[in-house]
Design a protein around this ligand. Structure first.
Ligand code: BEZ
Length: 237
């Protein structure tokens, strides 16, 4: 249906297409939504997504095509970050609309050229079931391949980050780790992270925490630049 284009139904008066498009629109995933569950074949066997990530954070990311250059570098680098993801209690899964057999063949190229063995499941999605469920195909960019979508999903299966990059731009996976650090700090300590924050920099007490409560949470005090801008050393270091 996406291949027929969901933008033209008003002009064309095609009500079947309009209905299908409305149905698709209803599955738009937004921050705070529960990440839809699915079962799928992967290079590490079949998975039930929620079962597979149970109790953990997850990064679910799509790449447009196996045996392509940018994707090769992305998957190689992500594999190199395994210990960083592990430290943060995060599981990683990649996806494209290629088959698991192709993923397995391509993984050899990734190891050869990037120097890292792919150590996370690569989901095979040739029927586009998961790609459509997560709205990873943007027909006006490419109506058959996924764009570079990425979802960070928390242990309660809530979607906490969504990014969408074009096929020609490799993502910055260090930035994904940085966002996960920020999300985990917010959950653990009621702090937010300022512009260009990096691990170890001061953080911001979230506005919903009163000064009275902040005294209990941050007994060593904070720097109050404005009543709404209270800086504190990064907790939990
Ligand atoms: C790549 O991974 O290099 C790529 C994939 C699809 C389109 C453009 C680039």
């Amino acid at each position: 249906m996406r291949g027929q284009g969901c933008t033209g139904h008003r002009a064309s008066g095609d009500s079947a297409l309009a209905n299908a498009c409305m149905k698709e629109a209803s599955v738009t995933i937004r921050l705070g939504d529960i990440a839809p569950n699915f079962t799928a074949p992967t290079t590490e066997g079949n998975i039930d997504f929620h079962e597979w990530k149970k109790g953990k954070w997850a990064v679910l990311f799509s790449h447009p095509k196996d045996f392509t250059p940018v994707c090769t570098t992305e998957l190689g680098y992500t594999a190199k970050l395994a210990s960083e993801f592990e430290k943060r209690n995060v599981k990683v899964a990649g996806l494209s609309v290629d088959s698991v057999d192709d993923h397995k063949k391509w993984a050899k190229d990734i190891e050869e050229t990037q120097g890292s063995r792919v150590n996370f499941p690569m989901i095979g999605d040739p029927d586009k079931k998961v790609a459509n469920l997560y709205d990873m195909i943007h027909p006006n960019a490419n109506d058959t391949l996924t764009v570079r979508s990425l979802f960070v999903i928390d242990p309660n299966n809530k979607v906490r980050l969504i990014i969408t990059y074009p096929a020609s731009t490799g993502r910055n996976f260090d930035e994904i780790l940085r966002v996960i650090d920020s999300l985990q700090l917010t959950d653990g300590y009621k702090v937010a992270t300022p512009v260009n924050w990096k691990h170890g920099d001061d953080v911001i007490i979230v506005p919903s925490v009163s000064n009275e409560d902040a005294k209990k949470l941050f007994p060593n005090g904070w720097e109050e630049k404005k009543p709404y801008l209270r800086l504190v050393k990064q907790p939990g270091r």
